[in-house]
Design a protein around this ligand. Structure first.
Ligand SMILES: [Zn+2]
Length: 435
């Protein structure tokens, strides 16, 4: 295999997704199937058009029960991350616990594939013909338009997938924020629906010709956001030196837009919320992890049923399949919590503090029970103070950091009531290969 060929193995993370859909490849954000049908909006499994809370389960197929210890930490926290829908700037972490060369991160791959099973697609074109090597980034997802070919021009900024791209008659498939075409923030109003996002190019700000996609190149080169990318941008789990540990704004926008329901208006009766749970070994969960993909890396197998108009719902028992024998002498690495020495103290009924013995340059985490919020409270109301600065958590139950000192203090404040200290834990994040 020459080096070009190896490079294009990266997008093959979802090659099987495309095969299942019988399209050449999947889809700011866009939904699976949009490649063929640009207007489609996909809702998670179980949505029938009535509002309320949707519970979605993630399990490990019984044939692979021996993998449970390896995947439990990743699966529990990926479920919590997609439930919490918190935006993390700098959500690409350094690859501390995963070998930079030859290590493939199970956690980061799962967060990405799970996004597909919820209905999100890559917001970028992923094929050799449109992403010849040498440039920066990938072009935004579109269909070919009347002339039957992709019209691609990166514009004067030399970054693909950005606002100055010239796309000829290509039909855009990517939603963008109409106020500013910025895929790295959510609207200040907190409204995410058809009044704040659009896929029609005429709704772009007047200076823009194309949507900005939430890729690391657009983030770093055009928005001064290092180490930031939407999780659903393809291929990122294989890039040496970086791992994925929290959602980007555009991931959250894509799910929240769908949550505004069939009328695409937030705050109406058909809106829904998501509660995603990892249930361990199960062959009947909504999403099922397997380890017998014969080639490539990992893929989500998606398929949707019609609801009404351009709306569809993801089918049940979606498979997320991993190839246990990775190509190119790579190995899956499974992040694990390894207990750290720490002391905890109560600040008041809403907050606690942890003093953790840490090794600089190593990743640590703290977690607390999922039940620390009431139904009315939002995970974004949890405040984590680390190194004296207020930071967002990854989810309603997890905060990760890379230590800079030999002792680290983390304080966590909740909207109304902190969990029992006995239920709070601090750990070093390591990773291991499967036996
Ligand atoms: Zn993918």
């Amino acid at each position: 295999m020459d080096s070009d060929r190896k490079f294009y193995l990266i997008p093959s993370l979802i090659a099987s997704l495309a095969a299942f859909l019988q399209v050449s490849d999947a889809l700011a954000f866009t939904y699976v199937l949009a490649k063929n049908e640009a207007e489609v909006i996909i809702h998670p499994t179980g949505y029938e058009g009535a509002g309320g809370e949707l519970t979605i389960t993630l399990g490990l197929h019984p044939e692979f029960a021996e993998m449970e210890d390896e995947i439990a930490f990743s699966a529990e926290h990926v479920a919590a991350i997609w439930t919490s829908l918190l935006v993390r700037e700098e959500n690409l972490g350094p690859s501390l616990e995963i070998p930079k060369l030859g290590g493939t991160d199970f956690f980061g791959t799962l967060i990405h594939e799970f996004g597909h099973t919820l209905g999100l697609a890559h917001p970028t074109l992923m094929g050799a013909e449109v992403n010849a090597k040498g440039g920066r980034g990938k072009y935004s997802m579109a269909t070919k338009g009347p002339n039957g070919k992709f019209d691609i021009n990166e514009g004067s900024d030399k970054v693909r997938g950005s606002a100055d791209d010239e796309r000829g008659d290509d039909a855009n498939a990517v939603f963008f924020k109409t106020s500013d075409n910025n895929p790295f923030t959510l609207p200040e109003s907190g409204i995410i629906d058809s009044t704040t996002y659009s896929r029609k190019l005429e709704d772009l700000p007047s200076s823009a010709r194309s949507p900005n996609v939430a890729s690391r190149e657009v983030a770093s080169d055009l928005f001064s956001l290092p180490n930031t990318e939407a999780m659903i941008v393809g291929g990122g789990s294989l890039i040496p030196g970086q791992i994925r540990r929290g959602l980007g704004a555009d991931d959250v926008a894509g799910i929240r837009y769908a949550m505004s329901g069939l009328d695409e208006i937030q705050g109406t009766a058909d809106d829904y919320t998501l509660q995603i749970k990892y249930v361990g070994v199960s062959d009947s969960s909504d999403m099922i992890i397997r380890f017998d993909k014969p080639d490539g890396f990992a893929a989500a197998y998606v398929g949707a049923k019609p609801l009404s108009g351009n709306h569809r719902a993801m089918g049940k028992n979606r498979i997320i399949n991993y190839n246990p024998n990775l190509p190119g002498n790579r190995d899956w690495y499974y992040p694990q919590p390894e207990r750290a020495d720490f002391e905890s103290s109560i600040i008041n009924e809403r907050a606690f503090a942890l003093q953790i013995a840490t090794e600089p340059g190593v990743r640590y985490g703290i977690s607390w029970p999922d039940e620390s919020l009431t139904e009315e409270e939002d995970p974004s109301d949890i405040i984590v103070q680390w190194n004296g600065e207020n930071r967002g958590s990854m989810s309603s139950r997890l905060f990760l950091f890379v230590a800079t000192e030999s002792m680290t203090e983390v304080k966590v404040a909740f909207p109304s009531r902190a969990p029992e200290l006995s239920e709070v834990t601090a750990f070093k994040v390591t990773a291991r290969k499967a036996n």
